[in-house]
Write a protein that binds this ligand. Structure first.
Ligand SMILES: [Zn+2]
Length: 200
């Protein structure tokens, strides 16, 4: 985190916008001084300078709903900070998921995280990784796995076991993502096709 921040511009404080690292939702906004920034880096818990308390305030210090730091970056002119974090619970003191009263329960953004892991397994294979072992076996094996998982979800679809069905649904999605990566395509390219179809 190499950050060039102009603390003088705003009397020692810069706005810090906190975004959920997984969902991308904006969680809250606070102010950091240099000390708050250092403490955030050192503790890994997002810490602000509270103007009402007139002291450093680690989000979650009373509620337990800390925000674990993932990354920080500075905007183009050095006067605001984007903090990506994993919230341990609802962020707002009102009990809402975010200070903008938005829900932050969608987990679909985890797909992007999963894709990043799959990419990494392809680039940096390890012996222990199942994904890496599939890439090593090649496209025929990967495509075959997708076919097997597709058959398995069809079988579970005919029954009424939620756990087994969701398990097969997860397997199919996971292997589908591996197949895309093996073919060198992005999920966005599939989305393009769907968006284009939707336009018609
Ligand atoms: Zn709030």
């Amino acid at each position: 985190m190499n950050m060039n921040i102009d603390f003088n511009k705003m009397n020692g404080l810069v706005p810090a916008i906190v975004q959920d690292a997984l969902s991308g939702k904006i969680l809250m906004q606070g102010y950091m001084n240099e000390e708050a920034l250092v403490k955030t880096k050192e503790t890994g818990m997002v810490t602000f300078f509270s103007r009402s308390k007139n002291r450093l305030w680690t989000k979650g210090e009373t509620s337990g709903n800390f925000m674990e730091l993932v990354s920080m970056s500075v905007d183009c002119d050095g006067d605001s900070i984007l903090v990506k974090a994993n919230p341990r619970g609802p962020v707002c003191h009102t009990g809402a998921d975010t200070c903008f009263a938005e829900e932050n329960s969608s987990k679909t953004a985890f797909i992007d995280h999963l894709r990043a892991i799959i990419k990494d397994r392809k680039k940096n294979p390890t012996d222990k990784s199942y994904t890496a072992s599939l890439f090593a076996k090649g496209i025929n094996k990967i495509a075959q796995k997708v076919g097997e998982e597709a058959v398995e979800i069809v079988i579970e679809a005919k029954d009424d076991n939620k756990d087994l069905f969701l398990g097969e649904a997860a397997d199919l999605l996971f292997h589908y993502l591996i197949l895309l990566e093996a073919k060198g395509y992005e999920l966005d390219e599939v989305m393009e096709v769907l968006i284009e179809r939707h336009r018609k």
